[in-house]
Ligand binder design. Structure first.
Ligand code: FES
Length: 132
């Protein structure tokens, strides 16, 4: 019996892993945390599919990295998920090449509407998106 004890203890000890992108409960103003500024800076973008409003793609504002922009990544043309291309300061749709500015505004079709924006802010180093 004693020979199994270390194995059992090892299984119960906390393991150091990369922080998962976890979504907090909605606060009184309807904001939810989707990650930290450090995570966003490291990855260049954060995508969450866990909010009640659906998928949210967050980037740092190109002209002010201390502010964040949150959009629905679903392309208004036919629903493909757009990608953030930092080198072009634009969201590009992989399906038919629609192009959107960092604030979601339409730059090039075939899409005819901008990306849907969500309110987002930083509270300390925590990124909050209005999800309610
Ligand atoms: Fe995005 Fe067609 S689905 S351009």
């Amino acid at each position: 019996m004693a020979t199994y004890l270390p194995v059992a203890l090892a299984a119960c000890s906390p393991q150091k892993t990369e922080l998962p992108l976890t979504v907090s409960a909605t606060d009184s103003e309807g904001y939810q945390s989707i990650g930290t500024l450090e995570q966003l800076t490291e990855k260049g973008k954060l995508l969450s599919k866990e909010l009640a409003i659906g998928s949210v793609l967050v980037i740092q504002k190109p002209d002010n990295p201390q502010e964040v922009i949150a959009v629905n990544p679903s392309c208004p043309h036919a629903g493909c998920s757009v990608n953030w291309k930092a080198d072009q300061n634009a969201f590009i749709c992989p399906c038919h090449d629609s192009k959107f500015a960092a604030d979601g505004q339409l730059l090039e079709g075939p899409a005819e509407e901008p990306l849907k924006r969500y309110e987002a802010k930083l509270e300390g180093k925590t990124i909050l998106v209005k999800a309610g």
